[in-house]
Write a protein that binds this ligand. Structure first.
Ligand code: CA
Length: 229
């Protein structure tokens, strides 16, 4: 089953090459050549995934991603960023921006297609969740099928990746999870994911959870543990 993918890149040859390869893999692809058009298109057609270049003629891809992450409707939209400069990578994967993954330019279209499919695979439909439907840890409440997280009654907007990380830890409360195990279960296939990636995401998750962050404990030299209640 193909997914609906929006490709945002102002270099038309590259945009077409990416679109061609994604269509070849069975996806339904739309192309936008600047950031504002992309934002309007996302609102209109609600794609399943975004391939987003950093360098765009109007607003940068970083800003596009930041804006998507501020809204409940798009905070979980999977985003793969195309980066041309290595100094962009830390901002993209530093999750200041909240992208799910990145592909450095130049890249092979085949590699990009593989990354897209890996991300689509790990975007689990809410209906498929097994185990408890609601996990409550004091004032931190995770409504699993709704993908909704609340701390002291206030909804916290998490990206799809942040939600899966929290859920993975919370559903194994009381047990330490190593960075390697978390990488395998939460990230799946991603050549860019390193143990540092886990730390960066946990940091970001803690910031977002505020008072709820007390439930995530760092186990020095090993990994992380969510404390029971
Ligand atoms: Ca560009």
């Amino acid at each position: 089953m193909g997914s609906r993918i929006l490709v945002v890149e102002d270099e038309t040859d590259l945009a077409e090459l990416v679109a061609f390869n994604l269509r070849g893999a069975g996806h339904d692809v739309t192309v936008a050549h600047d950031g504002n058009t992309a934002l309007a298109e996302i609102q209109r057609s609600q794609p399943d995934l975004l391939v987003l270049d950093v360098m765009l003629p109007d607003i940068s891809g970083l800003e596009v991603c930041r804006r998507l992450r501020r809204k409940a409707q798009t905070v979980r939209l999977p985003v793969i960023m195309l980066t041309a400069r290595t100094d962009e990578v830390d901002r993209v994967v530093g999750f200041e921006v909240g992208a799910d993954d990145y592909v450095p330019k130049p890249f092979s279209p085949r590699e990009l297609v593989l990354r897209v499919e890996a991300i689509l695979r790990r975007t689990i439909p809410a209906a498929d969740v097994e185990g408890p439907q609601v996990i409550a840890l004091g004032e931190l409440v995770i409504d699993v099928p709704a993908h909704r997280v609340e701390v002291q009654g206030e909804e916290i907007l998490l990206t799809a990746l942040e939600f899966r990380l929290l859920l993975d830890l919370a559903s194994r409360a009381g047990r330490v999870q190593s960075r390697d195990v978390l990488l395998e279960r939460v990230w799946g296939y991603s050549p860019n994911a390193e143990t540092r990636t886990v730390d960066t995401h946990v940091k970001r998750l803690r910031e977002k959870l505020g008072a709820g962050a007390v439930h995530i404990e760092t186990v020095r030299g090993v990994g992380y543990r969510v404390l029971k209640s």
